[in-house]
Ligand binder design. Structure first.
Ligand code: ADP
Ligand code: ILO
Length: 352
């Protein structure tokens, strides 16, 4: 007799719960990829964490084909991308329209753009062995410390960073947190902290996270709202790293990442922006972010809350759109958010 499909809590709204039918579960429950990643591992995070938005992770490139009866509808739903759509890349930052949506610096505290990357011919993080993770760390530390000019910096293995410095790096938004329960449930925290680390230049405007959710998170960030400057530094870094590190890429799905939300461009362009009035008018706030396909996160990243009226606003779609379009979405949305925030502030003043 077929095993019964897992039951979700009544308030669970993950894409896993939406698309894991009895038929899909029966079709996939015993499947294992060649790197030994099982379907049960792929769905475990969403079962353990019923507050997941998505709930699944891939363990390797093959997960995206073998588990397609579940993954394809999740990808289509999240990215508005259908199985026959194709993905195009465009990293020509000069094609971005607009420079700084907040030239006086009243609203935008900082801008950050990151891409996720993984290494060709390697499993993704959830299925990596301890030895593979160590090999990747060594390879990346060597490549990154060979960069020059504005990109030159040092690599710090997580285990060698003292607790105080680590805490400060996280508080300053430069370093990933430990113990993420979503990653934990898919085995992404195995052997922690071994094999993980951070590379950064002196100014901390260019950073690379090694072996967190993806093998590389390439990050460009700086105070203020000069989105184009941040984007151009990111493109430069990605192009230089790619010369020595072949990235895992798929014709249909673009850059492959362990979480399906990051497929395609794997790019998240965000601003930390102070919007106290819109923060008190969530209906208007959400209407604008939905219109521009933007996501609202808290001040300390995903699954965190907003502090002092500061929000993390970023592009939601990453697949089936180019890198330039992802960043343009952020730019256009931020312009409208600032206009609306100003109008709300004037209305409040008039009522006084
Ligand atoms: P990711 O960007 O990798 O999807 P998170 O949402 O966890 O992951 O964010 C990682 C870190 O980057 C967090 O500390 C978050 O506050 C910080 N961050 C994101 N956007 C910005 C920004 N525009 N300015 C400063 N820090 C940011
Ligand atoms: N698995 C989590 C996170 C999804 C998207 N975020 C990241 C960091 N990939 C969830 O389903 O909510």
């Amino acid at each position: 007799m077929a095993t019964k499909v897992p039951v979700f809590n009544s308030d669970c709204s993950s894409l896993l719960a939406k698309y894991l039918s009895q038929q899909v579960f029966s079709q996939l429950e015993d499947k294992v990829t060649t790197s030994g990643y099982t379907f049960k591992q792929a769905i475990n995070s969403g079962l353990v964490n019923q507050d997941s938005g998505v709930g699944v992770y891939a363990g390797d490139a093959e997960s995206y084909t073998m588990f397609a009866p579940l993954f394809d509808p999740i990808i289509a739903d999240y990215h508005n991308f259908n199985p026959h759509d194709s993905h195009q890349s465009n990293l020509h930052f000069d094609e971005l329209f607009g420079l700084n949506p907040d030239p006086t610096g009243k609203y935008i505290l900082s801008t950050r753009i990151r891409v996720g990357r993984n290494i060709a011919d390697m499993p993704l993080g959830p299925a990596l062995s301890r030895q593979q993770r160590r090999t990747i760390e060594l390879q990346l530390a060597k490549t990154l410390t060979g960069l020059s000019g504005e990109l030159s910096g040092n690599y710090y293995s997580l285990g060698n960073i003292d607790a105080e410095t680590r805490k400060q790096l996280i508080a300053d938004h430069f370093l990933f947190k430990a113990g993420d329960r979503f990653l934990d449930a898919v085995g992404l925290n195995r052997d922690w902290p071994e094999g993980r680390g951070i590379f950064h230049n002196l100014e901390k405007t260019f950073l690379v996270w090694v072996n967190e959710e993806d093998q590389l998170r390439i990050i460009s960030m700086q105070p203020g709202g000069d989105i184009k400057a941040v984007f151009s530094r990111l493109v430069k870094a990605v192009n230089e790293i790619e010369v020595s590190v072949p990235f895992l890429f798929d014709q249909r799905l673009g850059y492959l990442t362990s979480c399906p939300t990051n497929l395609g461009t794997a790019l998240r362009a965000s601003v930390h922006i102070r919007l106290p009035k819109l923060g008190d008018d969530l209906i208007t706030f959400k209407a604008i972010t939905d219109h521009h396909q933007l996501q609202i996160r808290g001040t300390s990243g995903e699954h965190s809350v907003s502090e002092g009226g500061v929000f993390d606003i970023s592009n939601k779609r990453r697949l089936g759109v180019t890198e330039v379009e992802c960043v343009q979405d952020l730019y256009d949305g931020v312009v409208e958010l600032i206009e609306r925030e100003q109008e709300l502030a004037i209305n409040v003043d008039l009522k006084k």
